[in-house]
Design a protein around this ligand. Structure first.
Ligand code: AMP
Ligand code: TRP
Length: 339
């Protein structure tokens, strides 16, 4: 590999389920992925195995997988500086996933809050066993690459904790095998809130689509959503996540997209009222999403290039994953296959 291997390693993944990424995905995770490719040996993947924990239409899944990769490239991932791949192209994920399933307690898996939330939404008859064991597949995703850090939003913290527990358990039982990873969660953007309900996380499954900023929406739709964001009855522009969640969320978004500090923004809008803040933020958003949409479309218009980027990524990923899996199998006591 041409990449500097003395750099610490990062790994992360995103599901190809919703079509467009939303602002929470970008600010909470993808933005960090782009930054980390400069300083780390970075592995990023589109997690299609995770996607099928809920029913997927085959055609849509295939299209959304390419769409997710196109958006990651449009956001700034550079295949020369990171390894970008599709999870199902690397069979070792499912293989190490099984090993990790056999290391996890049933009660331990039952405590994963994301499963509880997601299965409550679907009803326990419709929730699959795959949805239940999904965090354990995520553990395998991370451990296969010996990742030091995992850049994600706050909602993934518990899964990284599980990863650490299982890595330590395996290492304790079979000898040092896996790097114990740390979450890389940026406090300011760890949780971006819904524009209509600023106490709830921005999420693709929101009740009110006006609260969700999809990066591939028409810029004028985004402008409208920002301008009708819920704030409060007061008029003071001040960051206070408890007392003023709506305004604080807008300040976080504004600050991160422009690189302007929040105190500076508070000063700039002192005495100006929410309208001015929203109008300017709407413009900032439009300037951000317009080129993002164009770049995404350019990658989609050239599926051959896109697929070849993913093929090269899978090849690089497999080299690392296969080595970890071979060591793992050997430690466990599986009889080596004769060649
Ligand atoms: P998902 O769409 O569930 O695959 O999430 C992809 C990434 O986006 C994960 O790292 C999540 O933690 C992150 N993420 C999702 N929603 C938000 C949000 N509202 N705020 C911050 N990060 C988020
Ligand atoms: N579970 C993550 C999510 O829903 C996606 C994911 C799968 C992931 N495998 C991963 C994130 C490995 C970080 C590392 O967002």
């Amino acid at each position: 590999m041409g990449m500097a291997t003395d750099r610490p390693r990062v790994l992360s993944g995103i599901q190809p389920t919703a079509g467009s990424f939303h602002l929470g995905n970008y600010l909470g995770a993808v933005r960090q992925w782009v930054a980390l490719q400069e300083s780390h040996d970075a592995f990023y993947m589109v997690v299609d195995l995770h996607a099928i924990t809920v029913p997927q239409d085959p055609k849509e899944l295939r299209a959304n997988t390419r769409l997710a990769a196109a958006q990651l490239l449009a956001a700034g991932l550079d295949p020369e500086r990171c390894t970008l791949f599709v999870q199902s192209h690397v069979p070792e994920h499912a293989q190490l996933g099984w090993v990790m399933n056999c290391l996890t307690g049933f009660g331990e898996a039952s405590r994963m809050t994301q499963f509880k939330d997601k299965s409550a939404k679907q009803g326990s008859d419709r929730a699959t066993v795959g949805l239940f064991t999904y965090p354990i597949l995520q553990v395998a995703d991370i451990l296969l690459y010996q990742a030091n850090e995992v850049p994600v939003g706050e909602d993934q913290r518990q899964h990284i904790e599980l990863t650490r527990d299982l890595a330590e358990r395996f290492n304790g039982r079979y000898g040092q095998t896996f790097t114990v990873p740390k979450p890389h969660i940026i406090k300011e953007t760890a949780k971006i809130f819904d524009l209509q309900d600023p106490t709830a996380k921005m999420s693709k499954s929101t009740a009110n689509p006006k609260g969700l900023v999809n990066l591939l929406d028409e810029p004028k739709v985004t402008v409208k959503k920002v301008k009708s964001a819920v704030t409060d009855t007061d008029t003071e522009i001040r960051f206070d996540a408890e007392a003023k969640p709506g305004v604080s969320n807008l300040l976080t978004i504004y600050s991160t997209l422009t690189g302007t500090g929040i105190p500076e923004l508070e000063q700039k809008y002192a005495g100006k009222g929410y309208g001015a803040l929203k109008t300017d933020l709407a413009e900032v958003m439009a300037e951000f999403v317009t080129p993002f949409r164009t770049r995404t479309q350019e990658y989609l218009d050239d599926p051959e290039t896109l697929d070849s980027i993913l093929a090269k990524g899978a090849e690089k990923a497999r080299a690392v994953a296969a080595e970890t899996l071979a060591t793992t199998y050997e430690r466990i006591g599986f009889l080596p296959a004769k060649h």
